[in-house]
Design a protein around this ligand. Structure first.
Ligand code: ZN
Length: 207
């Protein structure tokens, strides 16, 4: 339980940071972390303001959605989080944001090509686009999992961003780099035709 308490503190801190940095607004966005020992998932609650949220508001769920600890209801996107954990053994944190520049590409239904060096080590290459599925659905989880193949983040069609990592901090960093890449790509598109990172450089950085 000590590990879960630590994870709760980390999830709370990173969720509040993401909120204060404008990665999502109101009560949208959600963050979870998986405890490697028990497999239990600490997740932010649904429909609760971030500025007054405490670690007691976080919810611990099993991978079937059963609430193990907490008095709140888990995020409405818990199925998507759980499906990512089931499909990706390397993932221990899932961060869902609505960061505005990245989400604008999700609304255009466009991927973000590898235009920045940082995208290769942090994301794995381009930022793919998960097919449209209803929020809160298992289908959304399946679409996200497919888009995340070989990547640390993806866009959600007409919705937002999912970034994953080995820790809440890593998922947060990736969510920030997604927004950074989207912002720069947006500005570059406004003044010309962006050039991509050379393919042989991508291959070298991957190896
Ligand atoms: Zn959302």
């Amino acid at each position: 339980m000590r590990e879960l308490a630590r994870l709760k503190d980390e999830v709370l801190r990173i969720a509040k940071t993401g909120y204060s940095e404008g990665l999502f607004k109101g009560t949208s966005g959600n963050l979870s972390a998986r405890d490697p020992a028990s497999g239990l998932v600490v997740i932010t609650p649904t429909s609760l303001p971030y500025d007054t949220m405490t670690s007691d508001d976080l919810v611990v769920i099993a991978t079937d959605g059963r609430v193990v600890d907490g008095t709140r209801k888990p995020s409405s996107e818990w199925k998507m989080h759980v499906m990512v954990y089931r499909g990706r053994e390397d993932v221990f944190a899932v961060f869902h944001t609505h960061s505005p520049y990245a989400t604008s590409f999700a609304v255009l239904r466009k991927t973000i090509p590898p235009v920045l060096i940082e995208m290769i080590p942090f994301i794995g290459g381009d930022i793919p686009l998960a097919e449209f599925a209803l929020p809160g659905s298992e289908e959304l989880g399946a679409c996200v999992l497919k888009a995340l193949e070989g990547r640390g983040a993806c866009l959600l069609t007409n919705h937002g961003v999912v970034a994953v990592g080995a820790s809440p901090h890593e998922a947060y960093l990736r969510a920030v780099y997604v927004e950074d890449a989207a912002t720069i790509y947006h500005h570059a598109l406004a003044v010309g035709t962006p050039c991509l990172v050379p393919e042989d450089a991508i291959r070298k950085m991957r190896s």
